[in-house]
Design a protein around this ligand. Structure first.
Ligand code: GRF
Length: 190
């Protein structure tokens, strides 16, 4: 059984769909939800789904063992960042080399990097008068939004689109593609 830990900081709509996607899977299991915010919606989703949770403590994550021993102890094989707003420390990237993926709500390499998350991304895309935006699913390395791209999907940006309406279009792409791409990566056919 390949065990996944989902790292998330927010509402957890992506986490919810990933959990749903793998609910009855024969060889992949969502075993842990890791979060850095005690009041994040994703923790309620984990509780409802009876999935164990781990609340990160900043010092230990960035200047301690990055919780690597805990994750190994729990037999976590793969890490999915689904709206996780902290940078992954090198200790974790190194111990899960090629086993951490992230979803970014824009077509990288543009509109990525430190401080580019959530609404700020959509505002920048619209301010730049882009005609399209979308999602990028990529491997995680030591830099923000920098690892090798696995998959991208795009959506058009219309004249009357706002950061909110664009966010809705991008969220739909995330929910449509992220679970399937994770499965493809884990089953080795991507
Ligand atoms: C998504 O927009 C994702 O692209 C970004 O963080 C957001 C997470 O949303 N990395 P949710 O918490 O899954 O609803």
């Amino acid at each position: 059984m390949q065990q996944i830990a989902i790292f998330a900081s927010g509402a957890g709509s992506n986490a919810a769909r990933i959990i749903d996607h793998f609910r009855h899977h024969s060889s992949i299991k969502i075993s842990l939800v890791v979060c850095n915010k005690p009041d994040a919606g994703v923790l309620n989703i984990a509780a409802r789904e009876h999935i164990p949770t781990l609340l990160l403590e900043k010092e230990r994550f960035f200047r301690g063992d990055a919780y690597v021993p805990v994750l190994k102890e729990l037999n976590i094989h793969f890490i999915v960042l689904a709206g996780f707003l902290w940078k992954v420390p090198s200790a974790l990237v190194q111990s899960y080399k090629g086993k951490i993926v992230n979803i970014h709500p824009a077509l990288l390499p543009k509109y990525g990097g430190k401080g580019m998350y959530g609404r700020l991304v959509h505002e920048a895309v619209i301010a730049a008068k882009e005609k399209a935006s979308g999602i990028t699913i990529h491997y995680v390395d030591e830099l923000y939004d920098h690892g090798q791209t696995i998959f991208q999907a795009s959506c058009s940006i219309d004249e009357d689109d706002t950061p909110e309406t664009l966010a809705q279009k991008v969220h739909l792409l995330e929910h449509e593609h992220f679970p399937r791409i994770i499965e493809q990566v884990l089953l080795g056919d991507s």
